[in-house]
Design a protein around this ligand. Structure first.
Ligand code: COA
Length: 258
């Protein structure tokens, strides 16, 4: 269905694989459009509760924006293409949890896409970074903002000013990834994690995701107000009755997304 991504469904989990291995899965315009279209499809698919995004091949998650598309482009032209950069916002605003399974180079726009996901798992062979400075440009897919929020200004500044690649263990130490997994076991671990999330109520998952994301978008008072709204909204769901009743009856809940 898509030229540059492969979309697979396993029970309640979708796996979205960026598939340009010859170019280390670099994000050209067509690939960004495919990811956005696949997210649209998955948003509407009620059977899917959690999404994993990964890269095809052994070497890369995504090695960045497609640098070939930058050649000769003027400031005006680049500004005009920013609408096409909505893949990062589309990822962040996707209502279901997304896990980035980082299986190798995760650079530039690849790192920015991973930053827009909710949980990042890295293979022990992964390399992450924002090397745009080496091309005399800066991150333009949210890197200066999301990396800074995640790892703090000092570390973010260092990585963006030097363009240095960090290994998986360092990425874990600075909070850039949640977990490092032995190479070869990454997708099994990602599926295990996704399956454990997919068991939860999709209504509560969406509320939880929005509430946590609100923390970076607003001040504490407004964030706490939003949390209360979303918390109360969960009480309007059948899933909340099922969750509470199942606990009291000492059985496993069966959430229906209502
Ligand atoms: N855009 C376009 N093509 C890219 C790319 C990118 N971001 N990253 C890799 N490729 C292409 C290479 O041009 C090469 O294509 P070719 O075989 O047609 O020449 C192919 O992918 C394999 O990459 P190669 O550089 O040969 O692999 P390597 O193992 O020697 O190096 C990297 C791997 C990731 C270190 C190196 O490819 C690199 O630095 N990529 C750019 C990373 C970057 O700056 N990203 C941010 C962009 S804003």
């Amino acid at each position: 269905m898509y030229e540059n991504v492969i979309l697979e469904r396993k029970d309640r989990v979708a796996v979205l694989t960026v598939n340009r291995p010859d170019k280390l899965n670099a994000l050209n315009l067509a690939t960004r459009n495919d990811i956005v279209a696949a997210l649209d499809e998955l948003r509407a698919d009620e059977s899917i509760r959690c999404v994993i995004i990964t890269g095809s091949g052994e070497k890369a998650f995504i090695a960045g924006a497609d640098i070939a598309e930058f050649a000769g482009r003027t400031a005006h032209q680049q500004r005009a293409t920013m609408q096409a950069m909505k893949v990062f916002t589309a990822m962040e605003e996707f209502p279901k949890p997304v896990i980035a399974a980082i299986n190798g180079f995760c650079l530039g726009g690849g790192c920015e896409l991973a930053l827009a996901c909710d949980i990042r798992l890295a293979s022990s062979t992964a390399r992450l970074g924002q090397p745009e400075i080496n091309l005399a440009i800066i991150p333009g897919g949210g890197g200066t903002q999301r990396l800074t929020r995640l790892v703090g200004e000092g570390k973010s500044m260092e990585l963006i000013l030097t363009g240095r690649q960090v290994k998986a263990d360092e990425a874990l130490a600075i909070g850039l990834v949640n977990e490092v997994v032995d190479a070869g076991k990454l997708m099994d671990r990602a599926m295990e994690l996704a399956a454990s999330i997919a068991e939860k109520s999709p209504i509560a998952l969406q509320a939880a995701k929005e509430a946590v994301k609100t923390a970076a978008r607003t001040n504490l008072r407004e964030g706490l107000d939003r949390e209360i709204d979303l918390f109360a909204l969960c009480f309007a769901s059948e899933d909340k009755e099922e969750g509470v009743t199942a606990f009291l009856e000492k059985r496993k809940p069966e959430f229906k997304g209502r």
